[in-house]
Write a protein that binds this ligand. Structure first.
Ligand code: NAP
Ligand code: ZN
Length: 367
């Protein structure tokens, strides 16, 4: 057996973890660029905790609170420019995946101030200034992954920055997610579940016992989480379990990467505005059905306490009610684009033709 395992983020999980570990910020620098979305960082209490922790160590900060969902190249460049003017020596991303991913990309630009973001996409192994990630959704696991997913309007898609940007410190406190509306809770939970599934069924999971441990623990947590989501019982027990599942999914894709639903879902987000997690969820069942070898899927279903794929399909159908209007032409165009994404296709363990890719889109969207 031979495998690699790399997860360098220092993780603090649990209630009030930011304030309980406030001295951790001291070693990162003296001037912080804080990166958030428009409102939720403040409303969730996460921003207040971070400010208090920074004050404890006399660290100055400037706030960039303009990160939109699925952050664009332009937003990242504006945020980095603000950090540069301020002389930031580290970056703190507070929010869902969008602000955390934007913060990671800004940290690379601040380390390489002569570069624009398109130069960064084209380069490899660039450095970054230190990054802190404070998660306020239970979905992306970005606080423990090396990825930074940005919207590239020139390429008309979302794409990974292509650098390895793990947060130095990751704070994971489910109390910040208590005010998440039901819909966002579902979208983000489905994203976390997709990471666990795509990581578990990934080519890179073969012979990697470490990644399977994360996947299987995640499915065990989702057994309860799915039931609570269906019952709309989003109590503290649910919030904590789904936060843990999300973090485990992040650690798993940091090892294995995502696969078809993520790669194929980007088109639905870019062209149809479908929230990231739902885009994966909409494609999930047809993706699972394509596997000729269903053995690992059966193991996953057993851990989830579900009898068969149809039972998982029923859960998904109840959680995802969004209908996406697409034409056959659009489906063929998405399928052709995805067939060119050799990286993502490589992570799928079985052969996948253009026609099969189109079929996943067609059966998922035109039902
Ligand atoms: P998000 O895009 O960060 O945020 C979605 C919405 O939820 C925003 O309106 C945000 O409001 C709100 N929100 C966030 N936290 C909240 C809270 N505690 N209470 C109330 N509202 C809250 O959502 P996300 O699903 O977490 O992130 C999706 C992004 O992550 C996508 O771009 C996706 O591609 C990326 N992603 C990254 C990775 C990775 O490994 N790096 C993995 C998967 C996905 P505000 O704008 O006010 O904050
Ligand atoms: Zn995702």
């Amino acid at each position: 057996m031979e495998f690699k395992y790399f997860m360098p983020s220092k993780v603090f999980f649990g209630e009030n973890c930011v304030l309980k570990n406030q001295e951790q910020f001291q070693v990162l620098g003296k001037r912080a660029l804080i990166v958030t979305g428009r409102k939720s960082a403040k409303k969730s209490g996460a921003y207040g905790d971070v400010i208090q922790a920074l004050a404890f160590s006399g660290i100055e900060h400037v706030l960039f609170d303009e990160v939109e969902e699925n952050p664009s190249v332009e937003t990242v460049e504006r945020g980095a420019a603000k950090g540069k003017d301020f002389g930031a020596d580290f970056v703190i991303g507070i929010g869902g995946g969008s602000p955390m991913d934007a913060a990671k990309a800004m940290a690379v630009l601040l380390k390489n101030p002569e570069m624009g973001l398109y130069d960064v996409f084209a380069a490899r192994n660039l450095g970054k200034i230190p990054v802190v990630a404070v998660a306020t959704t239970s979905g992306t696991g970005s606080e423990v992954t090396q990825f930074s997913i940005l919207t590239d309007k020139k390429a008309q898609t979302k794409r990974n920055l292509g650098q390895i940007v793990f947060a130095d410190l990751a704070f994971v406190d489910s109390k910040y997610t208590q005010g998440l509306p039901y819909e966002v809770t579902v979208n983000t939970a489905v994203d976390a579940f997709s990471h666990l599934v795509e990581g578990y069924l990934n080519v890179n999971a073969a012979n990697n016992p470490v990644s399977d441990l994360y996947g299987e623990k995640g499915f065990e947590l989702f057994k309860d989480c799915f039931q609570k989501l269906l019952d709309k019982n989003l109590d503290q027990d649910f919030r904590e379990k789904v936060m843990l599942a999300s973090m485990l999914g992040g650690i798993q894709i940091a090892q294995n990467a995502t696969s078809l639903p993520h790669g194929m879902g980007y088109a639905l987000t870019y062209f149809k505005g479908v929230p990231h997690g739902l885009a994966n969820g909409i494609l999930m069942m047809e993706y699972l059905k394509t596997f000729k070898d269903q053995s690992k899927i059966k193991k996953m279903l057993a851990i989830l306490g579900l009898e068969n794929l149809e039972a998982l399909g029923q859960v998904m159908n109840q959680l995802i009610t969004l209908k996406v209007e697409v034409t056959e032409e659009e489906i063929l165009s998405y399928a052709r684009d995805f067939a060119g994404n050799k990286e993502k296709l490589k992570s799928h363990p079985e052969e996948m033709s253009l026609e099969e890719i189109a079929k996943i889109y067609r059966n998922s969207l035109l039902k």
